[in-house]
Design a protein around this ligand. Structure first.
Ligand code: NDP
Ligand code: OXD
Length: 310
């Protein structure tokens, strides 16, 4: 099978991936968006977002390779049944997510944000230290990323709880599923981490009702998607002293507008969607592997269930 691909994204990544494909699968034709001289021939897009009129412009599209792990921006449910959606499942994405969440959890657990604020006032004021097992971290979403983060934290001695849509078993992690499962987890949570995909069910899930069921002084880490969080509900819970702080890597508007209240809030810690970034070098290998599987008519790695949305 000879394939025609269109790459849409940053030029440096495009060059690296084009080379990797040319080295191993020289029969593949590669176009770089927006220079697509033969749109009828295009079999697949490699992209983060699709052009608006892709259906009419590329009538023979059979697959979309998302350059990232999350696919909500491609509106999976709206893709026609004949188009396969494949997300990027490069192990380095999970490794980076582990280190991001670990740094956020440690900053919260060892009260580093509090000591930074104290240091700004030259205030020498020690606080009691808790051991990891005295800190309960609850992870919403136990997929590729959530489960790797759960295992890492459990191995470091934290008490870890996890929540998913279907039942899951992870050694040393207390798991539950479904909305009712949340009732048991939330009141017993010191740090709540969202590693959920954005779907109709998870949009706005981090709202006042859910977050106010956390104990006083609990903290939030959102690395899932910004639209999962109701921003004003978080601000209200922080300002009233119910929640202690939030580490946010994803936002309903990215880049986060410069006048957004999160930037200046003393208890909100913003990073610019960098918890895990797709690496050009390792992800190139994953792309090539999937193209080979496609050509051999084998299941590809990271194929998304479009109806479910993740
Ligand atoms: P997966 O698809 O592997 O896992 C998703 C998990 O969420 C599954 O455990 C699933 O449950 C659970 N889930 C989905 N819907 C619900 C629901 N309604 N109620 C309860 N649980 C639910 O995704 P990944 O772990 O690979 O990634 C998760 C998300 O992380 C991505 O979708 C993306 O939004 C975000 N992300 C953020 C990055 C960043 O840099 N900030 C980088 C990469 C990803 P079940 O197992 O039962 O299906
Ligand atoms: C994401 C990614 O899904 O960057 O956020 O991969």
């Amino acid at each position: 099978m000879s394939l025609t691909l269109v790459y849409k994204g940053p030029a440096e990544r495009g060059k690296c991936w084009q080379q990797a494909v040319a080295d191993t699968l020289p029969e593949i034709r590669w176009f770089t968006w927006p220079d697509v001289p033969d749109p009828q021939a295009v079999d697949a897009f490699i992209t983060w977002t699709l052009p608006k009129d892709y259906q009419t412009q590329f009538p023979n599209l059979k697959a979309i390779f998302c350059v990232g792990a999350g696919v909500d921006q491609l509106a999976p449910a709206s893709l026609s049944p004949g188009i396969r959606l494949v997300r990027m499942l490069d192990p380095s994405i999970a490794t980076q997510m582990q280190s991001y969440v670990l740094s956020a959890v440690m900053m919260i657990h060892r009260e580093q944000f509090r000591y930074l604020r104290q240091a700004a006032q030259s205030l020498w004021q020690p606080h009691p230290v808790k051991l990891p097992h005295e800190c309960t971290v609850t992870i919403l979403g136990l997929g590729t990323l959530g489960s790797s983060v759960a295992l890492m934290l459990q191995q470091l001695g934290f008490s870890v709880q996890g929540w998913s849509r279907s039942p899951k078993t992870i050694d040393g992690v207390s798991t539950t599923h479904g909305r009712e499962g949340l009732n048991t987890l939330l009141p017993n949570t010191d740090i709540l981490i969202s590693l959920l995909p954005l779907t109709d069910d998870t949009k706005g899930i981090l709202d006042y009702d859910l977050m106010s069921r956390l104990p006083k002084d609990a903290a939030l880490v959102n690395v899932g998607r910004g639209e999962q969080l109701v921003n004003n509900d978080l601000l209200q819970l922080l300002d009233s002293g119910r929640l202690s702080q939030a580490v946010l890597d994803v936002f309903d508007q990215e880049p986060l507008p410069t006048d957004h209240p999160f930037w200046a809030h003393p208890n909100v810690h913003v990073t610019p969607h960098i918890a895990s970034v797709t690496r050009n070098d390792t992800a190139a290998l994953r792309l090539v592997e999937n193209l080979k599987l496609w050509i051999q008519n084998e299941p590809m790695v990271g194929e998304v269930n479009k109806g479910r949305g993740y």
